[in-house]
Write a protein that binds this ligand. Sequence first.
Ligand code: PLP
Length: 405
Amino acid sequence: MMVDICYNSARRPFGQGAPLDALAPANTGDVRAFHRTFREYAPTPLHDLPHLAGEFGLGRILIKDESRRFGLNAFKVLGASYAIGRYLAEKLGRPLSSLDPDRLRDPVLREKLGDITFATTTDGNHGRGVAWTARQMGQKAVVYMPRGSASSRVENIRALGAECSVTDLNYDDAVRMTWARARERGWVMVQDTAWDGYEDIPAWIMQGYTTLAAEALEQMRTAGTQAPTHVFLQAGVGSFAGAVLGCLAAELGPDMPVFVIVEPHRANCIYRSVLAADGRPHSVAGDLDTLMAGLACGEPNTISWPLLRDYAAACVSCPDCVAADGMRILAAPRGGDVPVLSGESGAVTTGVLQWIMQSEEGAEAREKLRLNGTSTVLLISTEGDTSPSTYRDVVWFGRHSRWSE
Ligand SMILES: Cc1ncc(COP(=O)(O)O)c(C=O)c1O
């Protein structure tokens, strides 16, 4: 099994890299306040897995379970809801703190706003968040998906009243198509990645994700647990990883954890960008064909990339069976740990941690990243079984085994 690791030679000390202020908990108070206005809001669980930590030779493993987020089975709605809230607040010329979903549906405000269509491209989770929020606000959503998208993910989006279709394009080309169509038709593009000239909404989406990092910090403090020494973050375009890294680094300062970014081999754009070591983001083209649908993105987010470039310690590129191993490990815990229902993009960091801690080939990484009995590792299971048939095939029937890939 080939797992590739690239150590970031351009990593900088705290305070000497890309600015972190926009993601600092002190400056994102209105993000959580807005999320709390949704009836569905509740902090997701942060589980301690002491037996797994013991088996891996680590001090502690904490895993945040985002399958419980707003009843939508993934963290993504945190970004879409905050960005749409901010957009509507700006359109009304009012502070976001004066608005909540009920007020935004109020006939007088609704009249002022008019009919808005929010458009996006998605592997499934982000589009579900956009469709859910648009419905909460009494507005419309149009969602496009890359070729090969799972029908259960399409159905979940349609069930929220959005128009949803599968294109014959890969993720990044579908984003370009959606952008052209949105401009032509006057739709508001709510995309979870940025490019030159399209930055406000993606920056709000990243701020939206910080709610989960702020919750985790609070949960650790309440439990009297030390702050994490290591955080493993999975990346598609890197918005999620940049947001969580930025929030934790801003809060923990010079004591910030060692951040490890994880991607599938076939869509490893952050890995390749760090490996190139020229400071610029690099893309991966083609089919981006991976089990990890949420991570099948080939072009880094231009506003998140500088954070990953400056503060990530290492990037890991791995085959699909590593994500499948992670799903099985979390589903069938040993020694009384809580089981975690984790989908392919959610579980890949657990699979990578297993490989680093328990394989012979992982010895160099254990040493270089100083992963040992004193480490507290934070993992984020970013989704539950968002494709139930894939989950069953992997966890029940053993598809994507390390012995056959
Ligand atoms: C479940 C899940 N995890 C992680 C990610 C990665 O997020 P990003 O594209 O911001 O890197 C996604 C993206 O869609 C996702 O759906």
